[in-house]
Design a protein around this ligand. Structure first.
Ligand SMILES: [Zn+2]
Ligand SMILES: [Zn+2]
Length: 481
């Protein structure tokens, strides 16, 4: 009997209830087995269209939160954690299972999310003249944190009850991120499932992360991400190439009296860029320029890195954090003063897609001057609804609209693609073809990304004489267990 079935099915299975069945955001998968219900993450659906996002994020859950026993959280990004508070509000009484390094970041990241969701709800209420209440409030974040249970060790089997046990595997996606191997015991049989969540590069190593591990055990089902599954994502420029590009760019712009702006996500990318710039310039006595981290959340994340890291990672981070050239700007008034200050400098500010945050204030000033440079790192969005995409791709446009104001588009712009925290197409093929599994289900990718990866991964598996089937997840698909 075919184990893939339609949504009316009520028995044991894997239910693709989240938007990650369709695209790269809104991760949520439900597993039912032997009277237990487990969620693999519960993320926010993120979109430039705030009405669309509001509708998806407030839609009725396709499960009853009070019947869920466990919700696993594998890394910090909001598209994997952003609806935890709603889960609690709607009756969840189980355990949120998370590694310590991930749990530590939940409070500031979800408080920031609650703040943004509140301002978006206000904006919608004003625009459509009806009441849109925020999806959750700051108080809900503190309430949710009481449900978090921390499990830390790699390669240790943790038994949660007679049915559910699990093991964490290493993942280079971001600090503390894990893959999950889930062991389920039934009345007569047992099964295991591998879930990668977002998976980091196999070959390009960021600072402060583990190497991505390839699971050697047999798992009946493996669910893997496919963000960069498209064939066109075959190779990235090497990190060494990008680091050298960054060094030359900084030297060139500073020599001509310009300023450099690096739009970056507060968590992970900001710290990676800051560490890279430290390594390039801390021994250079002539480098007397400020390297500014400007965003409250980015600064909070930098503070947390000091609390979470250990050993050699902590030693390196302390050197970066205490480097004389680094300035952390928490307050808006200091930020405005920094924008007015005309000395050459490097600024790292959020958000990475330039959708909101102080990076918009910097862009309004810095874009006007041809001496300046905007440096993007990693993904800049998929279409012109993203300001980052427009700045990167519309160099011929004389002006760029920011907050409905036309801004002269004169600054230089470069992009460093190797700073992405996702495995690329070839690495995903390599990873998937090494797995020992009956079925691989692709999630967290566009339709094209999943299709391309399915084809190439199936070929690679056949070459290795493996009978594994590769399937693309679809919304409301169920894989029977
Ligand atoms: Zn992620
Ligand atoms: Zn993700």
């Amino acid at each position: 009997m075919n184990s893939i079935t339609k949504k009316k099915f009520k028995g044991d299975g894997i239910f693709f209830v989240g938007n990650n069945a369709l695209d790269v955001t809104g991760s949520c998968i439900l597993i039912k087995y032997n009277n237990k219900q487990i969620l693999l993450e519960i993320g926010l659906y993120q979109s430039n269209n705030i009405l669309d996002a509001y509708k998806v994020n407030s839609a009725k859950f396709k499960f009853n939160p009070s019947e869920i026993d466990y919700c696993f959280i594998l890394h910090q990004h909001l598209d994997h954690t952003g609806l935890l508070c709603r889960l609690i509000k709607e009756g969840f009484k189980g355990k949120i299972i998370s590694p310590h390094e991930v749990a530590m970041f939940l409070e500031p990241m979800l408080l920031n999310s609650a703040y943004i969701l509140s301002s978006e709800a206000r904006m919608l209420s004003k625009r459509y003249k009806r009441e849109y209440s925020p999806i959750y409030y700051e108080d809900d974040v503190y309430w949710m944190l009481d449900y978090v249970y921390e499990y830390d060790e790699y390669n240790t089997i943790y038994k949660l009850d007679d049915v559910v046990s699990f093991k964490w595997l290493k993942n280079s996606h971001c600090i503390g991120s894990r893959q999950l191997q889930l062991f389920l015991r039934g009345e007569k049989d047992k099964t295991s499932i591998l879930y990668t969540s977002d998976i980091g590069s196999l070959n390009t190593k960021n600072h402060y992360v583990e190497n991505t591990e390839i699971c050697k055990d047999f798992n009946r089902i493996s669910i893997i991400e496919s963000t960069y599954g498209e064939k066109t994502r075959k190779s990235k420029k090497s990190r060494e190439f990008d680091v050298e590009h960054l060094r030359v760019a900084i030297n060139t712009v500073i020599k001509r009296g310009g300023k450099i702006l690096l739009p970056a996500f507060s968590f992970s990318r900001t710290q990676e860029l800051l560490t890279t710039i430290y390594e390039l310039f801390h021994n250079d006595k002539s480098f007397i320029y400020d390297v500014v981290v400007d965003s409250k959340l980015s600064c909070d994340m930098c503070d947390l890195y000091g609390e979470v890291l250990t050993g050699e990672n902590l030693k390196l981070w302390n050197k970066v954090y205490n480097w004389d050239n680094v300035k952390f700007i928490y307050d808006k008034s200091d930020s405005l003063a920094c924008i007015k200050d005309n000395r050459p400098k490097i600024v790292i500010s959020s958000s990475g897609f330039c959708t909101n945050g102080r990076v918009l204030d910097y862009l309004q000033e810095y874009l006007k001057d041809s001496k300046n440079m905007i440096i993007f790192s990693g993904y800049v969005g998929s279409d012109s609804s993203y300001l980052s995409y427009r700045i990167k791709n519309f160099k011929s446009n004389k002006t760029i609209n920011i907050n409905k104001k036309p801004i002269p588009n004169k600054a230089d712009c470069i992009s460093l693609s190797s700073f992405s925290s996702h495995a690329n197409h070839d690495e995903l093929v390599e990873f998937g073809s090494e797995l020992n599994t009956e079925k691989i289900i692709l999630v967290h990718g566009s339709e094209q990304a999943k299709k391309d990866l399915q084809q190439d991964l199936q070929k690679a598996l056949s070459k290795k004489n493996k009978t594994t089937r590769v399937l693309c997840a679809t919304k409301d698909m169920v894989v029977r267990l």
